[in-house]
Each structure stands twice: as C-alpha cells, then as structure tokens.
Design a protein around this ligand. Sequence first.
Ligand code: HEC
Length: 121
Amino acid sequence: MKKLSTLTRLLVCAGLAFVGFTAQAQDVKGSAAAGNGKVWLCVGCHSIPDYRADYPLVYRVPMLGGQNAAYIASSLAEYKKGNRKHPTMRSIAASLSDQDMADIGEYYAAQTASSPNNPLK
Ligand code: HEC
C-alpha cells in the first residue's frame, strides 16, 4: 500500500513536471489580428514616410510594415532590456509584454513597406 502511494506521488510529480516543461517550451506565438489592436500608439510616428522624431529631429523613424516579425519583436525586447537606447522607444517597449511584441511583429510583417499601416480589415 505504501509502495503504491509513493508511486502515485511520483507519477503526479512527473505529470506536473511535464506540464511545466511543455508550457515553457512553447514559444510565444504572435497574431496579426491581435496586433491590430495594439499599434494605435505606434502609427503616429511609424506610418509617416521620412518622419523624424525627437528634438532636434535627428532620429529617422523606420517604417515597420513588411519587416520580419521576429526582428520587430526582438527589437522591441532589446529596447525593453535597454540594449537599444532610443528613450521614447524604451519607454514604449517597457509597457509591452512578450505576447504584445509577438502580436505587433506579426501585424507589421503582414503589411508592406509602402502600406500606410492601416488597421487590418
Ligand atoms: C515618438 C515616436 C515613436 C513612437 C510613438 C513609436 N516609435 Fe518606434 N521608433 C521611433 C524611432 C525614432 C525609432 C528609431 C530609434 C533608433 O534609432 O533606435 C524607432 C524604432 C522602432 C523599432 C526598430 C525598427 C528597426 O528597423 O530597427 C521598432 C520595432 C519600433 N520602433 C516599434 C514601435 C512600436 C511597436 C511602437 C508602438 C507600440 C512604436 N515603435 C512607437 C519612434 C517612435
């Protein structure tokens, strides 16, 4: 009887460990449709061709449409970590979760370089 309960406990532990492992192993998967609701803050700067931001207007604001989703998500993560230094982008990225970054990456990847980054229909 004692042996069985130890075995049961072991099985429960193994089961929990497996659930934990698979949850961690899953990559955050972005959704362009979800990203659509998260870019309202970005269009003011990122959808104007040749726009420069921040006094004395030295920063060229890159166009995001058509860029690789993983690149966009990792750039945002680098701003959040502080490895990329632009102050406005750092504070914006600080408010984004990994899921937000993945969604925004997919959203912009679904655009083209010349699209005005309008919301997906
Ligand atoms: C106040 C203007 C402004 C706003 C608002 C803004 N950005 Fe930016 N963003 C910039 C500037 C300027 C740069 C270039 C900074 C640099 O050189 O690192 C940049 C760079 C980036 C980059 C790196 C692109 C590359 O080619 O390396 C990404 C990704 C990005 N922004 C995403 C976003 C997202 C997503 C939002 C909205 C949640 C947003 N930005 C809001 C001004 C802005």
